[in-house]
Write a protein that binds this ligand. Sequence first.
Ligand code: PEP
Ligand code: MG
Length: 764
Amino acid sequence: MSNMQLDTLRRIVQEVNAAVSLHESLDIMVNQISVAMDVDVCSIYLLDERNQRYVLMATKGLNPESVGSVSLQVGEGLVGLVGQREEIVNLDNAAQHERYAYFPETGEEIYNSFLGVPVMYRRKVMGVLVVQNVESQDFSEAAESFLVTLCAQLSGVIAHAHAVGNIDVFRKPSNISNYKTFQGVSGAGGVALGRAIILYPAADLSSVPEREAESIPDELKLLDHAVANVRNEIQSLDEKMQDSLMSEERALFSVFLRMLDENALPAEIKELIRDGNWAQGAVKKVIDKHIALFAQMEDDYLRERVSDLKDLGRRILASLQEADAGHRELSSDSILIGDEISTAALVELPMDKIAAIVTSEGAANSHMVIVARALGIPTVVGVTELPINTIDDVEMIVDAYQGRVFVNPPRRLRQRYKEIQKEEEQIAKDLKQYETKETITPDGVPVRLFVNTGLMIDVVRGVQRGAKGVGLYRSEIPFMLRDRFPGEEEQRAIYRQQLSHFANKPVTMRTLDIGADKDLPYFSIDEENSALGWRGLRFTLDHPEIFSAQIRAMLKASIGLNNLHILLPMVTSVSEVEEVLYLLERDWVAVQEEEQVKINKPKIGIMVEVPSVLLQIDEFAPLVDFFSVGSNDLIQYLLAVDRNNPHVSSVYSHFHPAILRALCRLVKECHKYEKPISICGEMAGDPLSAILLMAMGFNTLSMSSSNILRVRKAICHVPMSDAQELLDHVLQLNNPLLIKSWLEYYFKNHGLADMVKTNRLVSV
Ligand code: PEP
Ligand code: MG
């Protein structure tokens, strides 16, 4: 594609994105495309799924009156053909094609050539884009590729608008007071009913939610105050820069000041406030409008001013947010909503007030989800279509089993979910009897269940639910709760709590595993490809001072308890372990000397997360005491699928045959070298896969405290002989979904239906 075409493409996408409604987006699309491609007609048909028809939604060239009234059945006409085949149809004479359907009201008879491109979003046809010419000549390959590229970029806008209006785009403008459902990915199970509360990053224009002004005079005052602040800020910046910037470079400041004149931006913002918007929302709308105007300009210089405008908007917003904390008080049924919610942001909030969490980004095994799961908070992530800015304080149901979110649910549905909540409470009550039971199969095979910890609540629940030890203490969690790296003594006290609650039982402490999605608020690692970047052991080996402080704190914390095991995350190569062993030996000797006590040398293990480890067990085995599978990351790296990307969440499965087969081999290898092998990824906490892991011969399964009782119940009901048969069978299957269904079938037929999360499908 030529640079000019790329420019045009970028401009069209920008304009379409800036439109305020789907109808406006579609009009911009057809008008701009017809100019850019120099065609006589450009039309867009969208699929109305409810009526199974393609509706003409916008056109440049055909009779405008036919918009909204002309529609074709799925499979009817050339448009239907494009949709059916899901591929381009390029014809020099459309009328001669057997599928041509003629609608007199469009005035289309004079156009001969036809190029139809399907608008696809996540494998689904959303609509068809058509260009036509009077001249009878098929379209060039360049025209085809231009349109295909454009459609691929625009499909997201259409999908989003559909979701916001829930298909009612065909009937009336979208209105958030409607009942709508959104699909995401199940994070932590459970259901909740409550009201949305938006958690949005400070000074981020794009995430300011729409909210009505509680008091218009107050919002006007807030704005005046904020504008005055920003004006002062810019004036002092201007003065400060007098010596270091030339006057023309400082011209921007006077542009900013002019924009802040009472009759300029503030006047527009105030108008919106008087219409009932709260000040932050009004600022966002006005800035967005101006950005859209600037972005359309052909002049590069002016287009670049967009970032200045955004900067100004952010400054006003920041000042407004300073005056008002921005977040409403949480009530007991608050459903926390955000594009992305970090673990640090989550754990700062009062947990007992959070009924559920919903995010538009992220995936099932992100760190935040793991923490939410430990806390028992129903969580749905990757709800990409969720119109976050428009659902503040709206009533919702979150069905985290199915990964569904219902906005403004009808009474019937609320009723049904209240019943489900009651059933859930009953299941939880029944499970309580497993708190004191031994984990042993009906044919007498004991299985060790450990708990994964991070917060103190995990420890308390783990002890209460009969965990026989800690299989994974995520030491980065206390690091996330602070505003700087905790010192050695501070760490010692934290670790001591963990170790002493499990006195006489093994506590496996993982060294700091930051990087990728585990960001520290005070040490952000900004990398393009962070999952493959500076994380885990790679980071700590580069910072021996941080690593050593942690090891020393762990050793000191274990004095007199002697139950410390140390686990190394993200190990890739033997040399890394050798380096750690050297540091450990040094610290172990030093701490004993300083403290004048003998400390038992902790057992050292490595996580099996990077596939290279799978192939070098023979070389790692002589160096370490045990192995622990971090299946969350192992799946990510073995299947080459980002564990946080909702677009590929269907590829991420712990039932993938390659994962199961790799784990079987791994267990055999470890046993060959007589090294204990445990698993602490989320896969261990799913009763379906836990049964397979038990059959493979894992010595220990370590999981979130919220899964212990379910897994124990499953183990107490599934004889090892059945588990082995199940494993033998699924190892013959090549499809993760088939494997999962096979296991579910067994569970349902053996009185374990309650343990299968998907059994409570509510059809709506
Ligand atoms: C894992 O990767 O499976 C694991 C247990 O570690 P984390 O989820 O903390 O990356
Ligand atoms: Mg991991």
